[in-house]
Write a protein that binds this ligand. Structure first.
Ligand SMILES: [Fe+2]
Length: 239
């Protein structure tokens, strides 16, 4: 069952009990996470920079329960290992255009979901890594390459009856993006939103400050496109 998600809202402050890192994601944990039936989820999203309050200045009292962690890329793998360890929640990530060390030192206990549709509780999450091609570096894609990847995923998306969260590094074209070659969004992401109407489309890559968390969000139909630069926590619930 896919639950209906209330509108995104900033987090409150609660307490939680950190758990140590498991070192690696084992099969039992994956089964347990995929079988969760969660009525309400507090989701932590990170992207593009290490937030001191979530790393070197981490204070467990400042954050409530976290049920799921999602990384939109361009953060050190050690940062994700740390977050996985202290929150003890499933952590899914995709790579950004600056993520060049994950091959040698992947984050412990976390799952790369680039090109995959995974389930966490009742949420179906699709991951798409990288930025538009601009200088031939890692994790860069031409529009036609990303279009081909999305089209190859369509049978699985049809079989699984759509997607709830799309997790990317680059934004959709003309939503939160910029005009330089590196920061242009992918046009196929707009099609993806039109086709499947995910509840959330989460991205990073576009660095900017936000006076208010609502500035992160653009609604496209029933989809909320959210720039997760830094960190952002929202809550979703069953109706
Ligand atoms: Fe980036």
């Amino acid at each position: 069952m896919i639950f209906n998600v209330n509108r995104v809202r900033p987090t409150g402050n609660n307490t939680f009990s950190p758990r140590p890192s498991t070192g690696r994601l084992n099969t039992d944990n994956q089964k347990r996470e995929s079988n969760l039936t969660i009525n309400a989820m507090r989701i932590l999203c990170v992207a593009d920079k290490v937030v001191p309050a979530l790393y070197e200045n981490f204070d467990r009292g400042q954050f409530g329960r976290i049920d799921l962690i999602l990384s939109c890329g361009d953060v050190p793998p050690e940062y994700l290992s740390f977050l996985k360890g202290v929150f003890g929640a499933p952590l899914y990530y995709i790579l950004g255009n600056h993520d060049i060390r994950y091959g040698q030192s992947p984050p412990e206990g976390c799952m790369d979901i680039h090109g995959r549709l995974v389930r966490c509780g009742s949420l179906k999450i699709l991951g798409l890594a990288g930025s538009r091609w601009y200088n031939g570096g890692p994790n860069q894609y031409h529009e036609w390459q990303m279009r081909r990847l999305v089209w190859r995923l369509r049978p699985r998306l049809w079989w699984k009856k759509g997607v709830d969260i799309v997790l990317t590094h680059a934004p959709p074209r003309h939503i939160h993006d910029q005009e330089d070659p590196c920061h242009r969004g992918f046009a196929i992401y707009r099609r993806l939103i039109d086709w499947y109407r995910p509840r959330y489309f989460l991205h990073g890559h576009i660095h900017r400050g936000f006076a208010d968390d609502n500035e992160r969000i653009t609604s496209v139909g029933t989809t909320q496109v959210i720039n997760c630069f830094g960190h952002y926590i929202f809550e979703s619930q069953d109706s």
